[in-house]
Design a protein around this ligand. Sequence first.
Ligand SMILES: [Zn+2]
Length: 295
Amino acid sequence: MPELPEVEALALDLRGRLTDRAIVKVHVAAFSALKTFDPPLSALEGTLVEDVTRHGKFLDIRTSAGLHLVLHLARAGWVRWRDEVPTTPPKPSNKSPLAVRVVLDPPDGSEAPSGLDITEAGTKKSLAMYVVRSPGDVPGIASLGPDPLVDDFTPERLREILTREGRKQLKGVLRHQGTIAGIGNAYSDELLHAARMSPYKPANSLTDDELATLYDAIRTVLGDAVARSRGLAASELKGEKKSHLAVHGQTGKPCPVCGDTVREVSFADSSLQYCPTCQTGGKPLADRRMSRLLK
Ligand SMILES: [Zn+2]
């Protein structure tokens, strides 16, 4: 799933490609992806793209009609730039990952239109697309917590958030979009590893030193990932993310810091990875879901 750094890089890449280009047509191949009906999708046709930005993990394509095409790529969604796209509408198909195609005016001197394919792999469809007059009209954006990379996300702000969350586990607090925007399953694993903290640590239990450590980990892990991703094309981002993960998705491999074996436990609707030596005093975490099932 693309998280803050990848969506930031996607926004930057698409800003360069889409700005000042006219949207000719938006074809929807997977109708379940479109979550709004007013304004209609056709209202985007003939408008110019003015900017592409990010809100948490949402991509926001702003156009000249005062409209926004907002995308949430969810677990398996992705955006592919195409120098040439077919002009005929794509046929809805269960086999094709294509969900939406945005056809742009051909660039000067070219016959073929270029465009954007928004795809979703797998059978569980959760890609979401919205056409709105203001990004705040998207419920998931209206309820976003603060962005962890903006200037006013200070250690004091983080302290307030963690205090408010009480005894909730850090892992869940960090990846909840209404609490802090943009951090998902992968980067919450990574920044807890960088901070050498247990994913189960209660949010309100941090000492001042631990708070400073966690704050630095959030800014450094996300900031470094954004810096590495900047300037990469959409097609290069997934590989770049994978190659720098220390613990997320690395179950059974050695921790790059201490060499201990990276472990996994189930957490909420998925699983988390961590290093026992770096994060939990050498003790493996109990898999609470498994142990409950076994009782
Ligand atoms: Zn380790």
